[in-house]
Design a protein around this ligand. Structure first.
Ligand code: COI
Length: 353
């Protein structure tokens, strides 16, 4: 159990008015906790939101020893504030820390820290339809040292941002470019953990996709550039001939918490779900023979996002006439229903703040 000090701001900021975008407005406070070899993780505190001052030689700037999580707090119609499976974010952060040689933060401490910040900034959790408080926990290596090594000092921070939908298109289908030149992850690399470097390496393809008029990139595997893996900010599902297929995480795909929850919901509803390598040619062939029924992405920020078009080399598959499909809609309604307290949640999915 952490003993968290709370220092409230003397200068609360005005809350945003009007439509919320994603991730550009921040609450009044942030959570901080430091790590040093002698003290371990120590000094957990909620303090006024402010810049972080670091030595220019801090290892995070040079060798990218950094990682993050993404989660949300939702306001229910009755005014309660709740988190969705925060323990799963804590578990994923722990496995990311392990891969990046960062000392672990116990899952219970992680959840307590998130709850402490959200409790202090509770008034910042927006109430309008489709909005939430996006929460961004992250860890950085702070030791000033230019030799390549695991840092001996870290800072763990949580910031929060009242946000609307991640895509400007909202729930309207996104158009996706299948990347067959660059790769996101290779076996043995860091594809299955949430480190900033994975995202830095994705930017060039993202820009290429935008230039060609597409919103996101679908990555293929790093060995054969043949099997579908994930989309820039979400995991990806394909409904082909009645079977819902998604890539195994297998060390190269991020184990999304929304992905996991969707698989559990779909299986509970009796849909056949196949978690197995899926060649992109099978997807394009399914489009040609009329069995590519639905494609959608899942993610904390993206929620459930229908995919309206997939562009692979010289072929373009238009899915379900570019409209959201029935399974995608059912998942969206059920997941958001649970998150916003309109529907009963499976055991352990909701943590009240
Ligand atoms: C999330 O869905 O929370 C993510 O972290 C994806 C993103 C890079 C916005």
């Amino acid at each position: 159990m952490l003993k968290i000090k709370i220092e409230k701001t003397a200068h609360p900021k005005p809350k945003p008015t009007g439509p919320l975008g994603f991730g550009s407005v921040f609450t009044d406070h942030m959570f901080l906790m430091d790590y040093t070899a002698d003290k371990g993780w120590h000094d957990p505190r909620v303090v006024p939101y402010a810049p972080i001052v670091l030595d220019p030689a801090a290892l995070v700037f040079h060798y990218a020893q950094e990682c993050f999580e993404g989660m949300k707090a939702y306001r229910t119609a009755a005014g309660r504030v709740q988190l969705f499976r925060p323990d799963k974010n804590g578990e994923r952060l722990r496995s990311t820390h392990e891969r990046l040689c960062i000392p672990p933060i116990p899952v219970d401490d992680f959840v307590q820290a998130v709850k402490a910040l959200v409790a202090v900034d509770k008034d910042w959790v927006p109430a309008e339809e489709g909005t939430s408080l996006y929460i961004r926990p992250f860890t950085i290596a702070t030791e000033a040292q230019l030799g390549v090594k695991a840092s001996s000092a870290y800072q763990f921070c949580i910031i929060a941002s009242p946000s609307g939908s991640y895509y400007p298109t909202g729930i309207d289908p996104v158009r996706i470019y299948v990347e067959d030149e660059y790769v996101r992850a290779a076996p043995g690399g860091t594809g299955a953990v949430k480190c900033g470097g994975n995202y830095a390496a994705s930017l060039l393809s993202g820009e290429k996709a935008h230039r060609l008029g597409y919103g996101q990139v679908l990555w293929l595997d790093g060995v054969e550039r043949r099997y579908v893996e994930e989309v820039g900010s979400m995991n990806c599902f394909f409904k082909i001939g009645g079977v819902i297929r998604t890539a195994p995480t297998a060390g190269t795909v991020l184990p999304g918490i929304t992905r996991m929850s969707c698989i559990e919901l779909l299986e509970g509803w009796g849909y056949p779900v196949s978690v197995a390598p899926l060649p992109i040619e099978d997807v394009m062939r399914a489009d040609e023979d009329g069995t590519l029924e639905e494609v959608f992405g899942t993610g904390t920020a993206a929620v459930i996002s229908p995919v309206g078009e997939l562009k692979y080399r010289d072929r373009a598959a238009v899915i379900n006439g570019g409209r959201i499909g029935p399974v995608t809609q059912r998942l969206y309604d059920t997941l958001t229903g649970i998150q916003y307290g309109r529907l009963p949640a499976p055991q352990g999915w909701i943590t009240e703040v």
